[in-house]
Design a protein around this ligand. Structure first.
Ligand code: TRP
Ligand code: SF4
Length: 337
């Protein structure tokens, strides 16, 4: 029987900087939980290559950006282990073993994979690669090689965690109780809409506020946010329910009274949209400033960032080796042990 214990494992693909959608969806949770459980944060460079195999320089450049973003939001390298996926060969090895436990039809039905394939037509054309279709299998290896039981992620990742759970159950039923069953933990603000009103905030959609954006960038983005189109003059009665500025006030406002006041004034036509946006810009800057300040600290110290990633990777390598030993024993692959 497996000893009962919890460990956090989560990760990000290094394909760009992190934005406030990541912050509210998953980063805040990681920071909150890192003191409570042993925490592993993977920079998923191998997974990033599944849809960027022809842009290795882009993946490489973004590894550092992701590590700095994690540190900037408050991940503490003394509490959490940040590591690089490509330096853990056991993940690739486990992926091969798990690939026997998953059907192609099941992968093709995975809603997250399905959506992504549809969005990436220009990369994959009519036929998706084996590697991309199989990335949920490799993600299951990411999680289980560290015995991850708690996986803080955004809502879009739920089908991947479900697929991982299926693999774990199947593995355990065939080879005996060997792997820990993971569980997803999603932030309260599950999915953050874009400033343009799009249901999702995303790099590719061009509607995101990045953790590293400057005051000017934040101001420019907020000024162009979608508001109630029925409001032309300041005293037109407004509807904050269809305004992205009001939606963002709810995310960034410190005081519920302030938010109530904004909605009331908007409905009564007592609030100008420009002033309303300026107030939001101020609130966003206030929330992001400590994050940006810590990010600047690390931007000026690349050696320290490298050291954190190297030390984390070394620790992760040790853990992965231990799990692999258990897995190989269970699979009768312990020849020379
Ligand atoms: N698929 C995740 C994303 O795109 C990144 C990721 C890789 C991950 N490995 C993971 C998330 C393991 C949780 C657990 O954001
Ligand atoms: Fe939106 Fe504020 Fe304008 Fe109302 S006043 S429509 S909440 S920007």
């Amino acid at each position: 029987m497996l000893e009962k214990r919890d460990r956090i494992l989560t990760g990000d693909r290094p394909t760009g900087k992190l934005h406030i959608g990541h912050y509210f969806g998953s980063l805040q949770n990681r920071v909150k939980l890192q003191g409570k459980y042993e925490t592993f944060i993977e920079v998923a460079d191998v997974q990033a290559l599944t849809d960027n195999f022809n842009h290795p320089e882009k993946v490489k450049k973004n590894v550092n950006e992701i590590v700095m973003d994690e540190l900037a939001v408050g991940i503490d390298p003394n509490k959490a282990t940040i590591f690089l996926q490509s330096m853990i060969p056991e993940i690739a090895e486990l992926t091969v073993f798990y690939s026997n436990l998953v059907t192609i039809a099941r992968l093709e039905r995975n809603p997250t994979v399905k959506t992504e394939i549809a969005q990436k037509r220009e990369i994959f054309g009519e036929s998706v690669t084996y590697g991309f279709l199989g990335y949920p299998v490799s993600q299951a290896a990411d999680i289980t090689v560290f015995d991850g039981t708690i996986v803080p992620v955004g809502e879009d990742q739920l089908p991947l965690i479900e697929q991982c759970r299926e693999i774990v159950r199947k593995f355990n039923s065939i080879y005996g109780e060997t792997l820990y069953l993971p569980k997803a933990v999603v932030g309260d603000n599950k999915r953050i809409k874009g400033l343009d009103g799009n249901e999702k905030m995303g790099k590719s959609l061009g509607n995101a506020i990045y953790l590293s954006d400057s005051d000017e960038e934040i101001a420019r983005k907020v000024m162009s946010a979608v508001t109630d189109p029925g409001r032309i003059k300041k005293d037109d009665l407004g509807n904050p329910d269809i305004c992205m500025v009001s939606y963002y006030h709810k995310l960034f406002g410190k005081d519920p009274k302030e938010i109530e006041e904004i909605e009331k004034e908007c409905r009564e036509g007592k609030r100008g949209c420009v002033a309303c946006k300026k107030q939001l810009i101020k609130n966003i800057i206030e929330v992001l400033e400590p994050i940006r300040e810590r990010r600047r600290y690390y931007e000026e110290r690349p050696e320290e960032v490298k050291e954190i990633l190297m030390e984390g990777t070394k620790h992760a390598q040790k853990i992965a080796k231990e799990t692999m030993k258990r897995v190989k024993e269970a699979m009768k692959l312990d020849y020379f042990a």
